[in-house]
Design a binder for this molecule. Structure first.
Ligand code: ASP
Length: 329
């Protein structure tokens, strides 16, 4: 008769066998049901739009529906916390961005997740240059007039953003600190609704990712003064760079990228990375993203490793900008 020790040993190895085979089977079958992709901002904004465009193609590659879940609040950090706490089985993912997965670290002393250590980076979706925008009837026809007006009327103007730590908040903090102004800030749950307020002339100005801006500029419903990148965007060739327009210090380009909770098995992360890359190679998906002004990653820039490094470098870059701007939450 086996001693308890031997029995316990056999029992333990059955359990460990079970633990190591079950995930392997689950990994091989992955995905066997629909995947939830958390979008930290309102429907219709840049994060939502790029997520739906690539999610649509990825769902065809993976053979399962990708359900978009807009989890709102606190500049996207509520969604970051929800994704951090999700089961790491590949069925809950998040589209993060320069705010949720970099800048928010400097603005939320009690941030409930660490963008560098609480996620498995899947890959970059798109780079998104940021533009300085105003309502259509704002009394300034170019960036120089805009700067002069803002400096003279800082106590009267208001600025829309998508919550503390969001791209629109942080990049306009950069703008405001260059100009030395502190206007009234009006938060929304995303720049989808913030753009509606700008088009509706309820707010004066905003800094936003290009994918939310191109249709409005083409339709003439808002003013765009400059894009914060070194060369003009092919999607908006008439809009000058900040350097051309006289404010070279305003350099602002954001990004959206896909992450899974820490501990998601590597084969699943690799499968998702490959599906994302396939979406970025698909001519129709590419065109949709490029027409909106996205800058698409190529080669090594699509790897999980490149995204891990980007999160670290962007966290440190924006923390310096935020400290220099003297901003706190
Ligand atoms: N572009 C927004 C931001 O300012 C978020 C969004 O609605 O996608 O972070």
């Amino acid at each position: 008769m086996p001693s308890f020790k031997v029995f316990a040993g056999v029992f333990a190895s059955v359990i460990s066998l079970g633990l190591s085979t079950l995930p392997a089977a689950a990994q091989a079958d992955y995905p066997s049901r629909s995947i939830t992709l958390i979008v930290p901002f309102a429907a219709g904004g840049p994060t939502d739009v790029v997520s739906r465009i690539v999610g649509d193609h990825m769902s065809r590659t993976l053979g399962q529906t990708i359900v978009i879940e807009n989890t709102l609040g606190a500049g996207g950090t509520m969604a970051g916390a929800r994704a951090r706490d999700a089961t790491p089985d590949g069925y809950t993912l998040i589209t993060g961005h320069m705010g949720t997965h970099a800048a928010s670290v400097a603005l939320y002393p009690n941030l409930k997740y660490n963008p560098s250590t609480d996620f498995e980076p899947i890959g970059m979706i798109a780079g998104t240059p940021v533009l300085i925008l105003a309502r259509k009837d704002f009394p300034a026809n170019d960036l120089k007039e805009f700067v002069t007006y803002l400096k003279a009327n800082a106590d009267k103007v208001n600025m829309a953003h998508a919550g503390v730590g969001s791209v629109s908040h942080v990049t306009c903090l950069l703008l405001n600190s260059i100009l030395g102004i502190k206007p009234t800030a009006v938060p929304y749950n995303g720049t989808g609704p913030a753009m509606n307020a700008l088009v509706g002339k309820q707010v004066d100005y905003m800094c936003d990712q290009i994918v939310n801006v191109v249709p409005q500029v083409q339709g003439g419903t808002i003013k765009a003064y400059a894009v914060g990148i070194p060369a003009r965007s092919p999607a908006l060739p008439d809009i000058p760079t900040s350097k051309e327009a006289g404010l070279p210090e305003f350099q602002a380009s954001a990004w959206n990228a896909m992450f899974a909770p820490k501990g998601t098995p590597k084969p699943i992360v690799d499968k998702l990375n490959a599906a994302l890359s396939k979406a970025l190679d698909d001519p129709t998906t590419r065109k949709r993203l490029l027409d909106l002004g996205s800058e698409l990653p190529e080669g090594q820039a699509r790897s999980s490793q490149a995204l891990a490094e980007l999160v670290k470098s962007e966290t440190s870059k924006w923390s310096t900008v935020i400290k220099a701007a003297g901003a706190t939450n």
